[in-house]
Design a binder for this molecule. Structure first.
Ligand code: C2O
Length: 367
């Protein structure tokens, strides 16, 4: 059987406005003629990304300064918050053509959600974002915070993001949810119960926490053994979409992507039809600083899975070579356009970072 090609944006064709139902949104990054290949950094010391609800005041002041400076950069600087937010829009809402599209669909656009690209793409995105923050405060080893929503004390929006005067704030959120426990099952559990009793009620705080921990157990322990269950379905290039289900974008997400990850997006986004900006829609999610902390925790799940006891399948380096070689483009902290490949992003310590070692209560929360 012929090996399919890796997924990559086609940089020889122009980037275009992102496509939304009934709308087109500009999302293309500033142009650059020079592309360099990403190289793994020389790691002298591992930086630890802290849980956002546990950071101290010194850290917060540093982080706010970095965010303030990122927001203050000119809009055409690829490192500005404005441009960083667009990265998500471009890759998620079809701004790029796919290199080696399906043979029967030469104009196929690239999408990074609901497939095996989900975890690696977002890891890369955060990596460059974090390096830019560090550059802006002259601290190359600055580590961004993660939103520890899988642990009881982290199950509300982290307080540091809630001050309207802070550069971490975003007015486009669901204000009713500001101090409410997240529901990682996105209402499914409470709905089941309400029909049982014939009345609508909300879970108690302890009930909600238990429910969230059970969701995590299902996604991360019982439901993460097979590679596709965790990462998502295979999405390949250069095949024929008529006879190959793996040859189309969005073949299906993994349990974390479809479950807790989407639940948090919906929980934070404003209730504003039709798009529920910012977090409630892919095109606008990157405009909320909380997005990056949310994805920090999603990325942390990938690290945790790697360290779990028991067998966990990984994609085969030969059969699934196209996954390892899939590539995306980002601007680095020096404004270079960099081409990064999935295989370079499989081990966070080789990238120079790890996550603060906090308790993982869902490991003991088998439903
Ligand atoms: Cu690219 Cu949480 O989405």
């Amino acid at each position: 059987f012929a090996l399919a090609s890796p997924i990559a944006p086609d940089f020889s064709r122009p980037c275009s406005d992102a496509i939304l139902p009934g709308n087109h949104v500009p999302c293309c990054p500033p142009e650059s003629t020079k592309i360099i290949d990403f190289e793994l950094p020389e790691v002298r010391k591992i930086r630890h990304r802290p849980a956002a609800h546990l950071v101290d005041c010194d850290y917060l002041i540093k982080f706010e300064l970095a965010m303030e400076r990122m927001r203050a950069l000119p809009k055409d600087d690829p490192r500005s918050f404005f441009q960083q937010a667009r990265v998500h829009c471009a890759y998620c809402n079809e701004a790029y053509f796919q290199k080696e599209p399906p043979r029967d669909e030469p104009d196929q656009k690239l999408k990074v959600h609901f497939s095996w690209l989900f975890f690696p793409f977002h890891r890369m995105y955060l990596y460059f974002y974090e390096k830019i923050l560090g550059e802006l405060i002259g601290e190359p080893d600055f580590a961004m915070p993660f939103w520890n929503w899988d642990s009881p004390c982290g199950m509300t929006m982290p307080g540091i993001y809630l001050d309207p005067a802070s550069p971490l704030y975003d007015p486009n959120r669901n204000v009713e949810h500001q101090h409410v426990l997240v529901d990682l099952s996105d209402g499914k559990k409470s709905k089941t119960k309400s029909t049982e009793r014939g009345t609508t009620y909300e879970l108690s705080r302890t009930g909600q926490i238990k429910n969230n921990l059970n969701v995590m157990y299902n996604e991360m322990v019982s439901g993460s053994k097979k590679a596709t269950w965790f990462y998502g379905q295979k999405y390949r290039a250069g095949c024929n979409s008529k006879d190959d289900g793996q040859c189309k974008p969005e073949p299906g997400g993994g349990l974390v992507e479809n479950g807790s990850h989407i639940a948090i997006h919906k929980f934070v986004g404003a209730k504003k039809p039709p798009y529920n900006e910012d977090m409630g829609n892919f095109y606008s999610a990157g405009r909320d600083p909380l997005f990056y902390a949310h994805h920090g925790n999603v990325d942390r799940m990938w690290s945790i899975r790697k360290a779990l006891p028991g067998w966990r399948q990984e994609f085969h380096y030969r059969v699934d070579r196209d996954w390892y070689n899939s590539e995306f483009y980002f601007y680095d902290e020096k404004r270079n356009l960099v081409r990064a490949k999935v295989w370079q992003f499989l081990d966070t310590e080789r990238l120079g970072y790890a996550y603060q070692n906090v308790d993982i209560p869902w490991l003991r929360s088998r439903p």
